[in-house]
Design a protein around this ligand. Structure first.
Ligand SMILES: Nc1nc2c(ncn2[C@@H]2O[C@H](COP(=O)(O)OP(=O)(O)OP(=O)(O)O)[C@@H](O)[C@H]2O)c(=O)[nH]1
Ligand SMILES: Nc1nc2c(ncn2[C@@H]2O[C@H](COP(=O)(O)OP(=O)(O)OP(=O)(O)O)[C@@H](O)[C@H]2O)c(=O)[nH]1
Ligand SMILES: [Mg+2]
Ligand SMILES: [Mg+2]
Lengths: 290, 277
């Protein structure tokens, strides 16, 4: 892992005597490699490594007795700071509060909707799941099964546009005392103008307090482009990272946070409906460093 | 992309960025660039256009010749489909069923995902769309039992092709990988030489983790081909180069959309050209 590689780098360098700035370069090369192997975006790695260089030189790593540890600490601290800076607070201040989930195909939106519904219900609120995916075969059925598994009602309409469903759901929730709406949308490509416009229209109707971009933790270099597109069109309020129960290093988390500047609010660690946790930037930092 | 440019360190850095951004991976990228530099020196290459052509040639060589999903010599031809969660297994099976159906083949689909909400209902819709028959049990039943029933049905009904859907699972979950091995054993016990094909479905948006997925799934179920899905997006799926290099595992098909027609044969040359477009 990176800690061991840096240890080796500095051990070899120290044999020659005093460390120089050029030696810090060698350490930074190892940092860069580790981040790229962890799927952090190429450009993000560049700017991040520059941050580390500035601090490493400024904090006199060259004079340190344990330069490897010092560099690791700087990298870990910078990663944690970059991905942190916010609590997993859900804005449920309105009644009804609206949470909208968007993202690429297969990211985990429908499953995450169920998890959010469960935890919101456990907080004493009365959530309503809204089935706005009218395209994927059995998508509505999937949300209905998930809803019944967590004891939360699902609102759906056959053969209607998502905007019509959203409006009807809003009316239904007001008439029946639901105070949180969780909107599941169809997976889509950020380059599909028509479907992205559908989300823009949906947002306009719902005015959601939370608009979460749901992203798969194993996403590679393209995470940045996708997240940026979704954010540009929709001004998301946060990110939910899924499938963290695998062994993907999850560098996409850093890339997305860096480029989009919105908080990663939740982390999903499994398929079961109780596996949603608040996002921990420090744990993510360790994971990315491998 | 390199038109009109001359050889320089900047040029090779630009190429490095293109390759890494395509999820080819740092290790593979450095190897490719090193070989490229050696060839450029040896062949006295001076222009950017020439470098690009050589690079494409090097990468196409790594991917090898085009390999298709070939019909098995015996019937029923059993195809098992595996992969991590949400990559496009069920949808790919629907597309395959439609393609075989159009060729006049009698296709049976097995709803081997007995875990995820509405998994069988989803496959049922694809079966209807592609005019294939469906074998399914209740949610929560044993997937190996579904596989067993499907295999018996394929034999009894003289089906040409049986495609077995499985639940998405992360390769790190040992018990779930054991379940997959059990499903495969049931199939091979009931039909000689089956499953003739085990396809790993890989999402083109996946980064370096794709190599881990390929390693573990191949070891567990003898995967012999990859379907690379969601290439209609902006991800390039470059990890398949490392997968071919280290595991000799070829991509045979690509998914280019959510519609029933959106399945194409994998062409290494087209793939490499797309990396630079
Ligand atoms: N291992 C694991 N699987 C997950 C996680 N979250 C979701 N899944 C699985 O990922 C697959 C896709 O989940 P869905 O909820 O259907 O994803 P989606 O974004 O709604 O998909 P589309 O609607 O088709 O875009 C399913 O098999 C889920 O069970 C997670 O945190 N860990
Ligand atoms: N754009 C695009 N979407 C695809 C492609 N293949 C599948 N999808 C979509 O990806 C999502 C997941 O597809 P599924 O077929 O349910 O994936 P799966 O691997 O069976 O998922 P699990 O069974 O939950 O593990 C759906 O929204 C599909 O429509 C493709 O080639 N391109
Ligand atoms: Mg969904
Ligand atoms: Mg499936």
């Amino acid at each position: 892992n990176l800690a061991e590689k840096l240890q080796n780098t500095f051990t070899n360098l120290k044999r020659r005597g005093k460390l120089t700035e050029k030696d810090v370069e060698l350490a930074l090369k190892e940092v860069r490699l580790a981040l790229l192997e962890a799927d952090v975006n190429y450009k993000v790695v560049k700017t991040f490594t520059e941050k580390v260089r500035t601090r490493a030189v400024g904090e006199e790593v060259l004079k340190s007795l344990t330069p490897a540890q010092q560099v690791i600490k700087i990298v870990y601290d910078e990663l944690t700071a970059l991905m942190g800076g916010s609590t997993a607070q859900l804005d449920l201040s309105h009644s009804p509060s609206v949470i909208m989930l968007v993202g690429l195909q297969g990211a985990g939106k429908t499953t995450t909707a169920g998890k959010l519904a469960k935890s919101i219900k456990e907080k004493g609120r009365k959530p309503l799941l809204v089935a706005c995916d009218i395209y994927r075969p059995a998508a509505i059925k999937q949300l209905q099964v998930v809803g019944s598994q967590v004891g939360v009602e699902v609102f759906s309409l056959e053969g209607q546009k998502p905007t019509t469903i959203a409006q009807a759901a809003y009316k239904y929730s007001n008439q029946n005392g639901f105070d949180v709406l969780i909107i599941d949308t169809a997976g889509r490509l950020h380059i599909d103008d028509e479907l992205m416009q559908e989300l823009v229209d949906l947002k306009k109707i719902l005015s959601p307090q939370e608009l979460f971009f749901v992203a798969d933790a194993m996403t590679g270099q393209d995470a940045v482009n996708v997240a940026d597109s979704f954010n540009q069109r929709l001004d998301i309020t946060g990110v939910i990272l899924t499938k963290l129960d695998g062994d993907a290093r999850g560098g996409a988390a850093l890339s997305i946070r860096e480029v989009v500047g919105k908080p990663i609010k939740y982390a999903s660690f499994g398929e079961k409906l109780d596996s949603l946790e608040p996002f921990h930037p420090d744990r993510m930092a360790s994971r990315i460093l491998g | 992309v390199l038109k009109g440019k001359s050889l320089s360190p900047e040029l090779f850095e630009e190429l490095e960025e293109i390759l890494i951004s395509a999820d080819i991976g740092v290790g593979s990228t450095m190897e490719i660039i090193e070989n490229l530099k050696l060839r450029c020196a040896k062949e006295k290459i001076t222009s950017g256009d020439e470098v690009e052509e050589i690079l494409k040639d090097e990468m196409a060589k790594l991917l090898g010749e085009k390999e298709q999903l070939k019909p098995a010599p015996t019937t029923p031809w059993v195809i098992m489909v595996v992969g991590v969660n949400g990559v496009g297994k069920t949808t790919t099976i629907g597309k395959l069923a439609a393609k075989f159906g159009e060729e006049g083949k009698k296709v049976i689909l097995a709803a081997g995902d007995t875990f995820r909400a509405a998994a069988a209902e989803q496959l049922e819709i694809w079966a209807k769309r592609s005019k294939a028959q469906l074998i399914r049990h209740e949610e929560g039943s044993d997937p190996a039992a579904v596989a067993y029933d499907a295999v018996q049905a394929a034999k009894n009904r003289k089906a040409d092709i049986l495609i077995i859907d499985t639940a998405g699972r992360l390769h790190t979950k040992t018990n779930l990988m054991e379940e997959l091995k059990k499903i495969r054993r049931v199939i091979s016990r009931e039909i000689e030489n089956a499953p003739q094909d085990v396809l790993l479905v890989l999402d083109a948006t996946t980064g370096q983790n794709g190599l881990n997925q390929a390693k573990v799934f191949k070891e567990a179920t003898e995967v012999n081909g990859i379907v690379l899905t969601k290439l209609d997006g902006t991800s390039k799926g470059g990890i398949v180069i490392a997968i071919k290099k280290e595991l000799s595992l070829p991509v045979k098909l690509i998914g280019v959309g959510e519609g029933i027609e959106d399945l194409q044969e994998f062409d290494p040359k087209d793939f490499v050209n797309a990396l630079f477009s």
